[in-house]
Design a protein around this ligand. Structure first.
Ligand SMILES: [Zn+2]
Length: 453
């Protein structure tokens, strides 16, 4: 039994996303998130035509050293095609901060007997996501254990205290992990300029009071300069009606992160104000419909709200969830022909992967396309270039309107100083060095490296 608390960083070091941090204290071995880096496998694979061979589980990932060989973590299925032996689970559990891909996606390789602690809302959204995405989003079976703010979880001598934070996905949490040596605070992803800033304030206050021996914090927007638009959610709400009102008789197209429920609510209220109906993709509508089960997160009622319509694509063969769902929201279901005929009365959600729908939608030239996501991180962003070609071809007007899910540098500096931990450990950032100017001492993690605290 070791007499120190150790943190090992299997992801999230000098990169945005991919958090996968192992916390060890006496008999406890707890993971903080189980994410996949955005750059995962990019050196060897090109989606969708050159991928790791899924039928061989972890074989390709091990061979290319993309995944660490860790005993007692992976499922029998993932290991069977490899030369690495399966072991009974050796971990106390996995605490998931929120639903984003870069915090959960490697659950797909994990032994289903290991407990996965996650927010009630996250569990519900995940169910919907797995139903509507099927093959592409299958995390497999797990021993899900849901929590809510204010209810601690005891596991192998650790006490995990989840505290809600404001982020661009609902049911996002930070954790205070009370260890034998003191408290380790973990932010997950958070912001202070969103509609639920109070939640982040609650986390900061609780973390401060716990006098943490370490603060493991994200730093997505901690960078030498910020060139991108810095809006708050309230500013997005304020600006959007101007764009919509200027588009008389034209279709308003919108793209946003599919699980950004705050943004959905923002545009829902913009639609109401401007006298339009909000047409959601079937996937997004399914998400809202599923979330009615979590009474603490208020969402528009897809089945009854007169301001909501649901867009169903023309498909060769409908998947069963789509067929079932269409029956549930039959009175709200619309297709491309309907949207084309009522352009001036609608705001339509159109995801990147559904851009070919433009062929059938035939929006009037000059229709605005509101891009409500973060601007590309680099100039060579392939998706951005492709999207721009579609917009140019259909003569759509690109409008950038977005509020980030992450703290600005100033917000982060204030957060670190308020909590005032014994040590700061920056993750989920490309500029961990900048944390040294905030005040508290910084411990820099290394990829797959261990820090003692
Ligand atoms: Zn996130």
């Amino acid at each position: 039994m070791r007499d120190i608390v150790q943190l090992t960083f299997h992801g999230g070091v000098r990169e945005i996303g991919g958090n996968k941090i192992l916390l060890e204290d006496r008999n406890a071995h707890l993971w903080l998130d189980m994410g996949q880096s955005f750059s995962f496998g990019k050196d060897f694979f090109v989606d969708p035509y050159l991928n790791a061979r899924h039928r061989f589980g972890l074989r390709d990932y091990f061979a290319l050293d993309l995944m660490p060989k860790i005993r007692g973590l992976y499922s029998e299925d993932a290991l069977a095609p490899t030369d690495f032996p399966y072991d009974d689970p050796r971990f106390s559990g996995i605490a998931i901060s929120h639903i984003h891909f870069d915090h959960i996606n490697h659950l797909r390789f994990v032994d289903p007997h290991i407990a996965v602690f996650l927010g009630e809302g996250t569990r519900i959204m995940l169910d919907s996501w797995m139903t509507t995405s099927q093959r592409s989003m299958d995390l497999g079976e797990h021993a899900w254990k849901t929590f809510r703010t204010g209810r601690s979880i005891g596991v192998d001598g650790l006490e995990i205290e989840p505290i809600h934070v404001d982020h661009s996905a609902p049911a996002a949490y930070g954790f205070l992990v009370h260890t034998s040596k003191g408290t380790i605070a973990y932010t997950g992803d958070l912001r202070r300029h969103g509609p639920h800033a109070q939640m982040t304030d609650d986390f900061v206050a609780a973390a401060k009071e716990a006098k943490p021996i370490a603060l493991v914090t994200e730093g997505t927007r901690v960078a030498p300069e910020e060139r991108r638009q810095q809006f708050t959610e309230a500013q997005v709400r304020e600006e959007a009606p101007k764009v919509v009102n200027a588009a008389k008789g034209k279709l308003v197209l919108l793209t946003f992160y599919p699980r950004d429920v705050d943004r959905i609510k923002t545009f829902h209220s913009v639609a109401q104000e401007t006298g339009r109906q909000f047409v959601l993709s079937a996937k997004t509508a399914h998400l809202l419909w599923s979330m009615k089960r979590d009474t603490r997160i208020a969402v528009p009622d897809v089945e009854r709200d007169p301001n909501i319509l649901v867009y169903f694509r023309q498909l060769a063969k409908e998947e069963s969830w789509e067929k079932d769902f269409k029956a549930k929201v039959a009175s709200r279901a619309v297709d491309a022909t309907y949207v084309n005929r009522h352009q001036g009365e609608l705001m339509l959600q159109l995801d990147f992967y559904q851009l070919p729908e433009l062929v059938d939608l035939k929006p009037a030239p000059g229709s605005p396309f509101i891009h409500s996501k973060s601007e590309p991180f680099d100039e060579e962003d392939v998706e951005a270039a492709v999207r721009d070609n579609w917009l140019k071809w259909f003569q759509l007007e690109h409008v950038q309107l977005h509020a980030s899910g992450h703290c600005s540098l100033a917000e982060m500096k204030d957060l670190v100083r308020s909590i005032n931990p014994k040590a700061v450990i920056p993750v989920h950032t490309e500029h961990p060095d900048l944390f040294t100017s905030f005040g508290p001492p910084v411990l820099q993690p290394e990829p797959r490296g261990t820090l003692s605290v």
